[in-house]
Design a protein around this ligand. Structure first.
Ligand code: MTE
Ligand code: MO
Length: 389
């Protein structure tokens, strides 16, 4: 049983909706996502494609190579020889919000039925990938940098991904050893993982074992035959469909409503019954909260909500970090207080949408973006509320 070394996991029901046990896949409950700007490690979503490998730190070696040369670093080498950096960045699975693409008009999609919680925001500490590549002179040639993990189904079938060399040499791509100032936990990639901020989660390879500078993309299943937006017409993908579609890299602009929420799986709720809290009753307003983010370092410019399916919009208040231009990796949290008087007849729908600083915005429905792998869903998020007094 490859899963025999998976870590013990506690308080799962409290923090997560569990999508599968082997491999372990769990998403953070919506109200937890908006209860702090940094997502606590033990509440951060976990997306594993296989088992969690057992790593003995004394034997652990990171291999770094190109076609001509191979170098190795021990864990201590990496921590001692290079300067450490910390950034705050969201990490989001390209399949986040996939379940909303399962619909009657368009059909079902393949993959884990995530609601809105395959996302988190954390402080990541490590060394710059660029510094490591430069120290071996591996920053000059090649088009891609490939990463492979220690989670292998067979010796040849390990989790792997690649990113363009240009991105790999940019300021904030890290070989990470700490998340929120604690050593990485086993579920999040102990001892080392890559963090590629602004890019889909699949490229941030955990249990990092090999880095290869190459003219080619990683030949792993997940680089070549997954994490691609196949054309809407493709219902039974063949190899040629994958060969003709580029691998996803940068994330798109997205947002979701996380509060109010209940403990029940968001995918199953048609109408959410809420009791306003004392504060809201006093102010005669209902508090709504959520997150927003974009890809490639683009900052969120605004998040709006609508109570009439997009005819009129209200501007929400944003909580975000001051980050350099094109390096906005952290998410944005937003809040709006709906005056009770503005609430139409019950139950009623709320939708949210975000726009980034490049004026990228979210489509109103999944109609034009549906794809068989159910990735990159960024349609307006909608919840239906019933206020009980
Ligand atoms: N790295 C390895 N080695 N194995 C994996 O299964 N899953 C990827 C990525 N890195 C994965 C991996 C995917 S699809 C995502 S979304 C993120 O890790 C999830 O990171 P997390 O579990 O720390 O939240
Ligand atoms: Mo993912």
């Amino acid at each position: 049983d490859l899963f025999q070394y998976d870590p013990e996991r506690v308080n799962l029901q409290e923090n997560f909706f569990i999508r599968s046990q082997k491999p372990f896949n769990a998403e953070t409950k919506p109200s937890i996502l908006v209860s702090s700007f940094l997502t606590p490690v033990e509440k951060f979503y976990v997306r594993n494609h296989m088992h969690v490998p057992f790593v003995s730190i004394n034997e652990y070696k990171l291999e770094i190579s190109n076609e001509k040369s191979t170098y190795t670093l021990s864990y201590d080498d990496l921590r001692e020889k290079y300067q450490s950096y910390t950034i705050t960045s969201a990490l989001q699975c390209a399949g986040n919000r996939r379940n909303a693409m399962n619909n009657e008009q368009q059909g079902s999609v393949r993959g884990s039925p995530w609601y809105i919680g395959a996302i988190g925001n954390a402080r990541w500490t490590g060394v710059k990938l660029r510094d490591v590549l430069e120290s071996f002179g591996l920053d000059k040639e090649g088009e891609y940098v490939q990463f492979f993990g220690l989670d292998c189904e067979t010796p040849k079938r390990c989790y792997g991904a690649s990113i363009p060399l240009e991105k790999a040499l940019s300021d904030d791509v890290l070989i990470v050893y700490e998340m929120n100032n604690e050593l990485l936990t086993r579920d999040h990639g102990y001892p080392l993982r890559i963090l590629v901020p602004g890019t889909i989660g699949a490229r941030s390879v955990k249990w990092l074992n090999r880095i290869i500078v190459s003219d080619k993309e990683a030949d792993s299943h997940w680089q070549k035959f997954d994490y691609k937006v196949l054309p809407l017409s493709t219902k039974q993908p063949q190899k040629i469909d994958f060969d003709n579609t580029p691998a996803l890299q940068e994330a798109n602009v997205n947002s979701a409503i996380c509060y109010p929420a209940s403990n029940e799986d968001g995918n199953k709720i048609k109408v959410l019954s809420v009791q306003p809290n004392d504060e809201d009753i006093k102010n005669k307003k209902l508090t709504i909260k959520g997150y927003a983010l974009s890809g490639g370092g683009r900052q969120i410019q605004n998040v709006q909500i609508s109570l009439d399916h997009g005819k009129t919009w209200y501007q929400t208040e944003l909580e975000q970090l001051a980050q350099p231009y094109m390096r906005a990796w952290a998410w944005t949290l937003w809040t709006y207080h709906i005056p009770f008087n503005d609430i139409p007849s019950q139950p009623f729908d709320i939708v949210c949408r975000a726009m980034d600083t490049h004026c990228n915005c979210q489509p109103d429905t999944t109609i034009g973006i549906w794809n068989i792998l159910g990735v990159m869903n960024n349609a307006w998020h909608k919840i239906t509320l019933q206020i009980d007094e």
